[in-house]
Ligand binder design. Structure first.
Ligand code: CTP
Length: 402
């Protein structure tokens, strides 16, 4: 699928650069024509000779050729490439890319790109968490670049947290998925819910859960990339949607999500309820901030509407309904019960017992169960890839193996 594609791999000065010879190797094995470019500091982490040998082409580091005053043509490279992958990208280079500071060959090539650009940041967790890094990533995403989120794990500093470069196999998979996309959801109306709901206690407090919305947002982006007209009903989330094919409706509470969903669901051909909807809300929401006192505070809770159950009751012929189940015990059995009770076609099961899966992480591991009870058990991978996996099952690009 990538055979014959022309891909530029841009490396910057992070210890994770040691993974890139492997990425180049697997790209070459796929039949890709690879050109490697590096920042001067990247040479301290991995040698141009290694990369030139693997890519079978000279590596470009300097904007100018050694002896004759001739320049290396980044504009030509920009026109040549079918894709550019920048990995690892340091906080420094993210800043330069976001603000157009073209003081090395890698950034000039980036600014000359006319093709899809994939950016895989890697750095220490504190640098990654810094607002300036977050801001630069948001800017780069808003330019239409695909950000390959770093993983949580051990870092070169000895600390552990988010900032670890995504593994080369997963980077390859993300690029393959991107290029494999046929418009297999062309003009289909898809409704997706995402994120938590917040149930107000008073003007400054709420009941909520740890969902960030990442899984639902990834599904919305993936469906839109495949040509769907997507409505995303999102609970409170700081995530942004880049694809113009997604119409985002923001809601706060379960009741607001219910109202929005009941309006949208009847005209949707596929409904995917990925939101972590609160099961209870506060009976007496206080209009003024509750004052602290020394006696215990009792909050009376009442059940929220079960949105998916209601949509399931009104399910139309040919409509596909997909629910999520987050379980901690008897996972498959509980998920199967929910699938039947809510009249679903598929249920996507998350187990909180799987490390690296569930809320607040970039990865997920799901099982997908159909009405016959047959389950497909996926592997732990980036949520973008999990989204592609789920959609493939829904539209039967992949089939269940009993
Ligand atoms: N769901 C919903 N409305 C609710 C609660 C859940 O639409 N009020 C949806 C979720 O979006 C998810 C599915 O129902 O797709 C299952 O949610 P989950 O919380 O796992 O199940 P519940 O039915 O709430 O059961 P329990 O919390 O007891 O496991």
């Amino acid at each position: 699928m990538l055979k014959g594609k022309k891909i530029v791999v841009g490396i910057t000065g992070s210890i994770a650069a040691y993974k890139i010879p492997f990425l180049v190797r697997i790209l070459i094995k796929e039949g890709v024509d690879v050109r490697v470019i590096m920042t001067p500091v990247a040479k301290d982490f991995v040698t141009p000779l290694t990369l030139a040998t693997l890519s079978q082409h000279p590596v470009i580091v300097d904007p100018f050729k050694a002896n004759d005053g001739e320049w290396n043509n980044h504009v030509e490279l920009g026109q040549w490439a079918d894709a550019m992958i920048f990995a690892p990208v340091t906080a420094n280079t993210l800043g330069k890319m976001a603000h157009g500071i073209a003081d090395n060959f890698v950034v000039t090539a980036y600014l000359s790109a006319k093709c899809p650009v994939f950016i895989a940041p890697a750095m220490d967790l504190d640098m990654f968490a810094h607002p300036s890094t977050k801001n630069n990533i948001d800017i780069l995403r808003s330019f239409g670049n695909v950000i390959i989120e770093p993983q949580v794990g051990e870092l070169a500093s000895g600390l552990s947290g988010p900032g670890r470069l995504e593994e080369p196999e997963s980077i390859l998979q993300i690029i393959k998925t991107y290029f494999s996309q046929k418009l297999d959801l062309n003009k289909k109306k898809v409704l997706i819910t995402a994120g938590p709901t917040h149930e107000k206690i008073d003007p400054v407090r709420y009941l909520g859960n740890y969902s960030t919305g990442k899984m639902g947002f990834s599904l919305a982006e993936e469906a839109a990339r495949r040509g769907a007209t997507v409505t995303l009903i999102a609970g409170p989330s700081s995530l942004v949607i880049e694809h113009p094919g997604v119409n985002r409706i923001n809601v706060e509470s379960a009741e607001e999500m219910y109202q929005a969903c009941m309006k949208e669901a009847p005209q949707s051909e596929i409904v995917i309820m990925a939101a972590a909807v609160a099961d209870y809300t506060i009976v007496q929401k206080s209009k003024i901030k509750l004052k602290k006192s020394t006696s215990p505070l009792k909050l009376e809770l009442s059940p929220t509407p079960d949105i998916l159950l209601e949509i399931g009751k009104q399910k139309k012929k040919n409509q596909i309904l997909v629910g999520f189940a987050l379980e901690t015990e008897h996972e498959v059995d509980n998920a199967k019960k929910k699938l039947i009770a809510k009249n679903l076609d598929y249920i996507v099961l998350n187990s909180l017992n799987d490390k690296g899966a569930g809320f607040g992480v970039e990865t997920n591991k799901v099982s997908i169960i159909d009405r016959s009870g047959t389950a497909f058990h996926g592997v732990l991978q980036n949520k973008a890839l999990v989204a592609a996996e789920i959609i493939d099952f829904i539209i039967k690009k992949r089939t269940f193996q009993p």
